[in-house]
Design a protein around this ligand. Structure first.
Ligand code: EPZ
Length: 423
C-alpha cells in the first residue's frame, strides 16, 4: 500500500484543473443500460471508482471503452445484458447499486448484491426499494442479493414520496421511470447538481424529465431511449477540496473550471471564515483575506446545504482557526473518523455523537496518520500542507477512488508532497 508524505508550511500559488464529477459519472455510466444505442461520456475523471463501475457494466455484458487516457468513456449495451450484479464487484463500491433501476427498466428483472458495510455508515437501500415497489417491482432479499422483478415485465409510473432526499435513490428511480409505463413523480427528491447532470443526459437520450434540481421530479415514461454524447459536470467536491488548500496554508490558487453555483453554501462558510473567493474567466481564485482563519459553525445538509462530502476537509481548516467551531454531521452516522487522526497532529477536537467541537490551535504538527475513507484521507493531506514538519498519510488507495493525480495537482502549485510506493 502506498503512502503520501507532505512537508508543511509552503504557501501555494498557481492553477489546479478540476476534473469531471465522480458522483455524476457513477450515475451516468449505468444509463447506458437504458438504450441499445451508444452512450459516450466526455470529461470523465480518471479514478478507481470509475474503473470499478466499468468492470461491473462489462460483467453485465455492456461494452465500455476508455479513450483519451480515461477522459472519454464510449459505452454500448446493444447485445444480451446479464441481470446479476455480483457481490465481488458491488462490495467494492456502493454506487454499484445504481444498476438496479436501469436493469429493471430494461429487462424487467435484476439481482443486485447489497453493497455491504461502509466505513461512514450502514447505508441501507430502503428508499430505493420502496420506490421501485411503488412502481410495481416485487423485491426480495435472498443470500445478500436484492431479487427484483417488475410485475407484468414492465415498471409502471407512480407517485413516490421520499422520507429523505436520497441522492442514489433519486438517481435509481429517475432512470427506472424513463422507460416505465406512465408518469412518475418523486416528491422530496435530491437536488444535487449530479442529479441535474444525469437528467440532462437522459433528456439528450430522449427521456421526458422535468423538475430536476428541485424537490419534485416528474418523468413521463417513453418506449425507448436513443444514444447520446454527454460531458460530465465539474466535480464540486474536488473543487471544494482544493479551494481549501490555499485557505489552509496561504497563497493564492486558481481552480480551473470551478463554478460558484455548485458550492454556494460552502463558499458562504469560506467567506465567514475569512477566505476570499473570486470568479475569474477560467474558474475561481481563492486566497485568505488577511490574518488568521476565523472559527465558523457548519451543519451538513442535502443540496443546496453544506455538502457532507466536504465536512472532513472543512474540519481540517478549522483546526487552526481562531476560536471554537461546531461541525454537525446530519447525513451519515459515522463520518468523523478523520478526527482522531487530526488529533494525532495536535488538533483539539471533541466528538459527541453527530457533533464535533473544534477549538483552533496555533499550528498542527506533522505525524504519521491513517486514511480511513475517501474524504477523510484528503482532509489529512490538507492538514499536512499547513502542519509543521512531515505528515505521512498511509492507505492512500482511499484517495485514488475520488482524486486523480492529487500529488501532481498540489505539487504543481508548490506543495512539498510525494507518494512513495509500498510504504
Ligand atoms: C451519494 O451517496 C454520494 N455518492 C456520497 O458521496 C454522498 O456523501 C451522498 O450521496 C450524500 O450527498 C455517490 O453519489 C456515488 P444518500 P448515496 O442515498 O446516494 C441514508 C463520496 O464521498 N439512506 O443521499 O449513497 C444513508 O444511509 C460519497 O463521494 C437510507 O437510509 O447517499 C445516508 O445516511 C460518500 N436509505 C443518507 O440517507 C436509502 O435507501 C444519505 O444517503 C438510501 C440512503
Amino acid at each position: 500500500m502506498d503512502s503520501i508524505f507532505v512537508r508543511g508550511g509552503k504557501q501555494l500559488h498557481g492553477q489546479i484543473p478540476i476534473a469531471g464529477a465522480k458522483n455524476a459519472c457513477l450515475a451516468l455510466m449505468p444509463a447506458t443500460l437504458l438504450s441499445d444505442e451508444p452512450l459516450t461520456l466526455t470529461g470523465a475523471p480518471r479514478l478507481s471508482d470509475i474503473r470499478t463501475m466499468t468492470e461491473l457494466l462489462q460483467s453485465l455484458g455492456a461494452e465500455v471503452t476508455s479513450l483519451q487516457e480515461g477522459q472519454v468513456l464510449a459505452m454500448s449495451s446493444h447485445g444480451r445484458i446479464e441481470t446479476r450484479a455480483d457481490y465481488d464487484i458491488v462490495r467494492k463500491m456502493r454506487a454499484s447499486n445504481l444498476v438496479l433501476g436501469p436493469l429493471l427498466a430494461r429487462e424487467g428483472h435484476a439481482e443486485v448484491s447489497l453493497p455491504g458495510g461502509c466505513a461512514i455508515g450502514a447505508r441501507p437501500m430502503d428508499i430505493h426499494t420502496d420506490g421501485l415497489a411503488r412502481m410495481g417491482a416485487e423485491i426480495e432479499l435472498k443470500d445478500g442479493y436484492l431479487h427484483a422483478k417488475a410485475q407484468g415485465g414492465k415498471l409502471k409510473g407512480a407517485v413516490i414520496d421520499f422520507p429523505f432526499a436520497s441522492v442514489g435513490a433519486t438517481e435509481n428511480i429517475m432512470m427506472a421511470a424513463t422507460l416505465a409505463k406512465g408518469t412518475t413523480v418523486i416528491n422530496n427528491a435530491a437536488r444535487e447538481p449530479e442529479i441535474v447532470d444525469l437528467a440532462t443526459c437522459l433528456r439528450a437520450m430522449g427521456a421526458q424529465i422535468d423538475g430536476d434540481g428541485t424537490s419534485t421530479i416528474k418523468v413521463q415514461g417513453v418506449d425507448r431511449l436513443k444514444g447520446a454524447t454527454h460531458r460530465v459536470v465539474t466535480d464540486r467536491i474536488e473543487l471544494g477540496t482544493y479551494m481549501l488548500a490555499p485557505a489552509i496554508c496561504g497563497g493564492e490558487v486558481e481552480l480551473l473550471g470551478g463554478r460558484i453555483d455548485l458550492l454556494a453554501a460552502f463558499c458562504e462558510k469560506l467567506d465567514a471564515a475569512g477566505i476570499a473567493v473570486t470568479e475569474t474567466d477560467m474558474g475561481l481564485k481563492v486566497a485568505r483575506k488577511n490574518g488568521r482563519i476565523r472559527a465558523v459553525d457548519v451543519t451538513t445538509e442535502p443540496f443546496p446545504g453544506f455538502p457532507t462530502d466536504l465536512q472532513a476537509q472543512m474540519m481540517a481548516l478549522l483546526c487552526t482557526a481562531e476560536g471554537t467551531s461546531r461541525l454537525e454531521e446530519t447525513i451519515f452516522e459515522n463520518r468523523f473518523m478523520h478526527a482522531p487522526e487530526l488529533i494525532r497532529m495536535g488538533a483539539d477536537i471533541d466528538v459527541h455523537g453527530g457533533t464535533a467541537t473544534v477549538t483552533g490551535v496555533e499550528r498542527l504538527k506533522g505525524a504519521p496518520v491513517m486514511a480511513t475513507d475517501l474524504r477523510a484521507s484528503v482532509s489529512l493531506i490538507l492538514a499536512g500542507l499547513a502542519a509543521e514538519g512531515e505528515t505521512r498519510v498511509a492507505r492512500v488507495y482511499h484517495l485514488d477512488r475520488g482524486y486523480e493525480h492529487v500529488v501532481t495537482k498540489l505539487s504543481g502549485v508548490g506543495a512539498d508532497i510525494e507518494r512513495i510506493k509500498g510504504q
